[in-house]
Design a binder for this molecule. Structure first.
Ligand SMILES: [Zn+2]
Length: 112
């Protein structure tokens, strides 16, 4: 990877995205906590609704955790001097691809 690619910029972008994900993960942790529903006081429809909201919040959290793993892998590639190279074929990942996804580990050809 050429120095002019400015690794600091990508590191900053990855760190910012990680911070935002961690923040929204902790901001929504309440919604994912299984609630004990009082059968007497809560109607069936609102029970269903509560469980749906919970399931959506959990799916959202899984997506965030997946993204966090990709970001952390990208940060360790940065530390190893491997950042910006396709992990499969080794070519330079075009900068415009990194703009779309700073955690991209593969070139477009290998990723598809
Ligand atoms: Zn490749």
């Amino acid at each position: 990877m050429n120095e002019d690619r400015n690794l600091k910029k990508w590191r900053a972008a990855l760190l910012a995205e990680r911070a935002a994900l961690q923040e929204s993960s902790s901001a929504t942790s309440q919604r994912r906590t299984p609630v004990t529903l009082d059968q007497q006081r809560v109607g069936r429809l609102s029970r269903v609704n509560t469980l749906q909201v919970q399931a959506m919040a959990q799916a959202e959290e899984e997506r965030r955790q997946h993204r966090l793993r990709l970001i952390s892998a990208a940060l360790s590639r940065l530390g190893d001097g491997e950042y910006g190279y396709c992990t499969i074929c080794g070519i330079d990942i075009p900068e415009k691809r990194l703009f779309v996804d700073a955690a991209a580990a593969q070139c477009v050809n290998c990723a598809t």
